[in-house]
Design a protein around this ligand. Structure first.
Ligand code: NAI
Length: 333
């Protein structure tokens, strides 16, 4: 098979060449977009990461395409419906990093609770004053987890280690799990009202678009903290900025932002095709950066050595399953 890989580092390229010797591989450091697609019009498979948007326009250029293999859990960057229509299979990597993302979630929670970001900023300037650096304990605090899937479960386990009280909201309930891990299911609004820290671990889709929005953000306990390592679109950024500006929220830690690719590549602004509606998001994201009780990491929660190795190994298995036409559990249905 001829396979186009996008958004890869050198070490990953070397590993894939070694493991997929039988195939014809082409590598690109950039994402798959309307420019780069011109170099791979005859491929059978594309393997991409989150910044490649696989939309109708891209798919229409790839007439021989049999499969899209994302090296990520979330697949909201792929138009799965359009793939299905064109009989193109979509594969993902469901379980590479539940502990990895959960650990990053706690890195964010601890950074906020112990003001690590502010302490660091101060000590590198030789200032060892404790002024405004008082934090708070996690022990005894209520952690509200939205989405108790692979990652959410790990977050609950770690929270128990800190002796936090854990409450959870999920559209599906697993009472055995709640007993085993010692958390209680609650309604969505009750979770907002009763949590000291709220953390999001649900997928992003039509139903979870702006799950936390201008209306319900007002229900959140005054001074509570909001953590998002799921997807930027799960939170209405405008509502978040307002709640922070009014002091209703104690702070926020975000690994993901709405339309985060734009803040990463602001040069896109110069393009005459830049959609005006995205400008609002860009401004809101810049406002978030100005709050000293907001910590933003650049969609980095997955990024551990071990997780990346697991991603590559699963991607190789997914690709091999296509070539031998074997059923694969990582096929997105
Ligand atoms: P998962 O599919 O195992 O769990 C998601 C959970 O959310 C499920 O229990 C599901 O029932 C629940 N859910 C679905 N709709 C919901 C709703 N409307 N309200 C509440 N709960 C709902 O997914 P996993 O592996 O735990 O990942 C969660 C999300 O984390 C992914 O969808 C992805 O967007 C994000 N992620 C972020 C990474 C990062 O680097 N920041 C890395 C990996 C994943």
């Amino acid at each position: 098979m001829r396979i186009g890989f996008f958004e890869l580092e050198d070490w990953e390229e070397a590993y894939l060449k070694e493991k997929l010797k039988k195939h014809d591989l082409i590598f690109f450091k950039d994402e798959l977009n309307k420019k780069t697609v011109e170099n791979i019009r005859d491929v059978d498979v594309v393997s991409v990461f989150i910044y490649s948007k696989i939309n109708k326009q891209i798919l229409s250029k790839l007439k021989k395409l049999k499969a899209v293999v994302t090296r990520f859990t979330g697949f909201d960057h792929i138009n799965v419906k359009e793939c299905r229509k064109r009989k193109i299979s979509v594969f993902n990597v469901p379980n590479y990093g539940e502990n990895t993302v959960a650990e990053h979630t706690f890195a964010l929670i601890l950074a906020l609770s112990r003001k690590i970001h502010k302490s660091y900023e101060r000590t590198i300037r030789g200032n060892f004053s404790l002024e405004n650096l008082r934090g708070f304990d996690l022990k005894g605090k209520v952690l509200g987890i939205i989405g108790l899937g692979h990652i959410g479960k790990h977050v609950a386990r770690i929270a128990k280690g800190f002796e936090m009280k854990v409450i959870a909201y999920d559209v599906k309930k697993d009472h055995k799990l709640s007993k085993k891990l010692g958390f209680k299911y609650t309604g969505f609004n009750d979770l907002l009202k009763n949590s000291d820290i709220i953390t999001l671990h649900c997928p992003y889709n039509k139903k979870t678009h702006h799950l936390i929005n201008g209306k319900n953000i007002k229900l959140i306990k005054k001074g509570a903290y909001l953590i998002n390592t799921a997807r930027g679109g799960n939170i209405e950024t405008r509502a978040l900025v307002r709640a922070l500006a009014k002091g209703d929220l104690g702070g926020a830690a975000l690994d993901v932002l709405e339309e985060e690719s734009i803040i990463k590549e602001e040069v896109q602004l110069l393009s005459k095709n830049f959609p005006k509606e995205n400008l609002q998001n860009l401004v809101e994201n810049h406002l978030l950066l100005t709050f000293d009780n907001v910590i933003i990491t650049p969609h980095n929660a997955f990024n551990s050595k071990e997780a990346l190795q697991r991603i590559l190994d699963t991607t190789i298995k997914n690709i091999k399953s296509i070539s031998i036409k074997e059923p694969c559990k990582n096929l997105v249905k």
